[in-house]
Design a binder for this molecule. Structure first.
Ligand code: BUP
Length: 453
């Protein structure tokens, strides 16, 4: 058999938004004959992550998984209570000690280490100086967010991303003492000392941001930024055999083409109870068909409340003919791929945006935290979606958006053929870019060639 062309070690970080693109990259590398060593920080934060790891490993038996058992870490010493930020810190502190122990004995030696951006400042120096491995960063958000990260603490006039300003930046970054602000700033400052940056985006989605990054307009000394997205979803297999068709997909099978609004705010943001009630009212008033994936807790393990208690006024009964409300983990990518879905009311986590782009689904953007408002700017600039009218930070949480506003926003985006046409064009470009000869395909092939030498 031919020898694998390159051996790449991958170090993902915490949360589905970070893990998902790593596993997708791992899968693409395997299909391009690379040998992959996957470093798994343990324990993980959420049930979704454990399941994702075990599913992935059983369907990718050639991937070599090494467990990185995190060293004890006292969270009370860090200025944050966010379980995911605390986990970034814990992995960052453990990695410099554990990576040599795990990677030194490997034969053949990896030719490169790809780390998550949230770990870059602690991993890149060890990778180069101690492991003698070139260090690449997988940036798990948009190229616009990468520009912002590379420019930080500067927060406006970011080249190639005119929609970034003081109002769109994540509020947490206004506190210089917050743990996340410090991590973000250190990781951004490390970018120029890495060997390359991979981004899950593509030329047609963020042409100006990518051009500005690679022309050196954003940060002098930034290495090559390779757009390798949209990263392809994993094949849905569990234990090697095909799974039964999920209830959500069966429900969609029974709905007319392009009639359904899919509503989800991602794996780690919960709406307030008052907002859940107003959103329900808006969906009901709109008269549209909908599928709503509800999360009421930041970490899924703590989410035990039943659906009934959330609405409690006969809502479920009244909408049962045209609405499905789900509390479990769903296969979102397959939902967005379904022909019945036409609008995605989304928090604009970057994976969600790339999945909508891949399937030509319009986005009604309702950002909640972090990079999501900047990602919503990308969605608007590409024409594939709209920002919820009157949006401001905190809406959905402490500020409640009225049902009437939701209703009107849904009606507008459903009726706007130009958004639909843009979304369809973005989809065509996404398909083209990952095909042989497409720019994302060629970028990944170029990296593999580099790693094979
Ligand atoms: Br919820 C949910 N099923 O039920 P994002 C999410 N997903 O497949 P996030 C499901 O998780 P950050 C569900 O398709 C996407 O690939 C979804 O990543 C999938 O947002 C991923 O969109 C979620 O980036 O993370 O989880 O809020 O805030 O880190 O971006």
């Amino acid at each position: 058999a031919p020898q694998p062309s390159a051996h790449v070690a991958l170090l993902p970080s915490a949360g589905m938004g970070h893990l998902t693109p790593f596993l997708r990259l791992a899968s693409s590398l395997v299909s391009l004959d690379c040998h992959v060593t996957l470093l798994r920080p343990l324990p993980v934060v959420s049930s979704a992550e454990s399941l994702q790891f075990s599913d992935f490993l059983s369907s990718h038996p050639t991937v070599h998984c090494l467990d990185l058992h995190l060293l004890p870490f006292d969270p009370s010493s860090a200025n944050s209570t966010d379980p995911f930020f605390l986990q970034f810190e814990s992995i960052s502190r453990s990695a410099p000690v554990l990576l040599p122990q795990l990677l030194d004995p490997l034969e053949p030696k990896p030719s490169a280490l790809v780390t998550d951006i949230s770990l870059a400042s602690s991993v890149a120096p060890v990778s180069r100086a101690r492991l003698h491995l070139p260090c690449f960063v997988l940036f798990t958000a948009s190229a616009s967010m990468l520009s912002f990260c590379a420019s930080f603490p500067k927060t406006d006039n970011i080249p190639g991303s005119p929609f970034i300003d003081r109002l769109t930046i994540p509020p947490v970054l206004r506190d210089p003492n917050n743990l996340f602000t410090q991590q973000f700033s250190n990781n951004g400052a490390t970018l120029a000392a890495t060997d390359g940056v991979l981004v899950n985006t593509f030329d047609a989605l963020e042409p100006r941001a990518l051009a500005a990054l690679n022309r050196g307009e954003v940060l002098e000394g930034l290495p090559r930024v390779s757009a390798i997205g949209p990263l392809m979803p994993l094949e849905r297999k569990r234990g090697g055999s095909a799974r039964a068709r999920a209830r959500e997909l069966e429900w969609l099978d029974g709905q007319p083409e392009r009639s359904v609004v899919y509503v989800s705010f991602g794996s780690r943001t919960a709406l307030s109870e008052a907002q859940i009630k107003e959103l329900a009212r808006g969906l009901e008033r709109s008269g549209f068909r909908f599928m709503w994936v509800i999360k009421t807790k930041v970490v899924d393990k703590e989410d035990e409340e039943g659906l009934e208690g959330l609405f409690g006024d006969g809502f479920m009964e009244r909408v049962k003919e045209r609405g499905l409300v789900v509390k479990d983990w769903v296969e979102q990518e397959e939902i967005l791929a379904h022909g019945a879905v036409t609008v995605f009311m989304s928090h604009c986590g970057w994976n969600s945006v790339t999945e909508a782009a891949m399937h030509g689904v319009r986005v009604l953007a309702w950002p909640r935290i972090g990079d999501q408002r900047i990602n919503a700017g990308v969605v608007e600039a590409a024409g594939m979606g709209r920002l919820l009218k009157g949006w401001e930070w905190g809406c959905g949480g402490e500020k409640v958006v009225a049902g009437e506003v939701v209703e009107e926003a849904l009606r507008e985006i459903m009726e706007d053929a130009s958004v639909g046409a843009c979304a369809a064009r973005v989809r065509e470009e996404a398909v083209r870019t990952v095909g042989v000869g497409g720019s994302s395909h060629e970028s990944l092939a170029g990296l593999i060639e580099k790693w094979s030498k």
